[in-house]
Design a binder for this molecule. Structure first.
Ligand code: NCD
Length: 337
């Protein structure tokens, strides 16, 4: 896979060599993300950041990643603040905004919208999440986190057992992650969801075709005991026809320290793409796990910065120039990594 000047719309574009390339560049970015060094390699470059759906970590970490490479970020965060609300087409918006940016990251509630936008864009476009379809950069950072967590336990991704829990129907992070994991060998997928929110059939068929073992269940406890990774997700309430419909599925699976202690192997890694829904009616991942060293959720969010720096460095073809532009960090840096 070639990265220079390319869009990143789906993880289907990736093979294992491409994943390894992104991870190697992400490793190279770590001292910059951790403020041990600074670099201005993208000085003068502009990221067009267009998030037409709510976002905290994806939007901000893409922006920080670009800033950490020395570039500037122009943000548009609401549909109603754009001319799309006046009836402008994706085609026109893409033609215009790509004249202002070197690369664009876009999130939109319609499946396929980012791909449609990219066809008219004059610069590379990264999919920051298109409806219930895909979320490629999230899956890359999740896989990178899985790899690091397993390496600390002398395990590799091949042979992994992962339990994916919650809204697997609308969860785009899950969709992209299942596709990426399918590139590895002998994965045991335990899919835990209510029947109405099960992973779409085409994903399951592809996982089985690739030789993986897929087990579907509506129960949490018996299906988390042998997993290396628990990947918990939120009910994607914004994809339901109304709030009452979404509320039916909240609180069905709750992972807390008591459940973890009783049913999981010691050192089972806990992940979540975030945001977790901490409201009482949902609370799929309890705060009482916050001090559990196996809770990897904030390692995932930190890894999001290095993975996104890697994508920018690869797409804009500066990987080999990053270190040449390195400078010392002169400000106080808190010990947060
Ligand atoms: C996810 C998303 O937006 O798909 N969040 C994220 O980007 N980390 C998951 C979610 O919203 O539940």
């Amino acid at each position: 896979m070639k990265f220079v000047g390319k869009h990143i719309l789906s993880v289907s574009e990736f093979d294992r060599a491409a994943i390894e390339r992104v991870f190697a560049v992400a490793d190279q970015m770590e001292p910059y993300a951790q403020r041990k060094k600074a670099t201005r390699v993208l000085e003068g470059a502009i990221l067009g950041s267009m998030f037409f759906e709510p976002s905290t970590r994806t939007r901000v970490s893409f922006g920080c990643a670009f800033n950490l490479l020395g570039g500037e970020v122009r943000e548009t965060t609401e549909l109603k603040a754009t001319s799309i609300a006046k009836g402008e087409s994706f085609y026109d918006t893409a033609r215009v905004l790509s004249g202002y940016s070197d690369v664009i990251v876009m999130r939109h509630q319609i499946e396929g919208s980012v791909a449609e936008f990219s066809e008219a864009s004059r610069v590379p476009v990264i999919n920051g999440g298109d409806g219930a379809n895909e979320h490629p950069s999230q899956a890359l950072l999740d896989l990178y986190t899985i790899r690091k967590e397993l390496a600390a336990k002398n395990k590799s991704i091949d042979g992994l057992s992962i339990s994916l829990i919650g809204d697997l129907r609308f969860g785009r992070a899950v969709h992209s992650l299942c596709k990426l994991l399918s590139l590895f060998k002998h994965i045991q997928f335990n899919l835990i969801s209510p029947p109405e929110l099960s992973l779409p059939d085409e994903y399951i068929a592809a996982m089985r075709d690739a030789g993986h073992n897929v087990n579907q269940s509506t129960e949490l406890q018996p299906n988390i005991s042998s997993a290396d990774i628990l990947y918990v997700t939120r009910t994607q309430e914004e994809r339901f026809p109304n709030q009452e419909e979404a509320n039916k599925y909240k609180g069905l699976f709750r992972l807390n320290q008591a459940v973890y202690t009783q049913f999981c192997e010691p050192n089972t890694v806990i992940m979540h793409p975030l945001p977790r829904d901490s409201r009482e009616a949902a609370n799929e991942l309890d705060n009482d796990l916050n001090e559990n060293p196996n809770l990897a959720i904030f390692r995932q969010t930190d890894n999001g910065v290095t993975i996104r720096m890697a994508l920018f460095a690869l797409i804009l073809d500066v990987v080999d120039q990053v270190d040449a532009h390195a400078k010392p960090v002169n400000w106080y840096t808190a010990k947060r990594f």
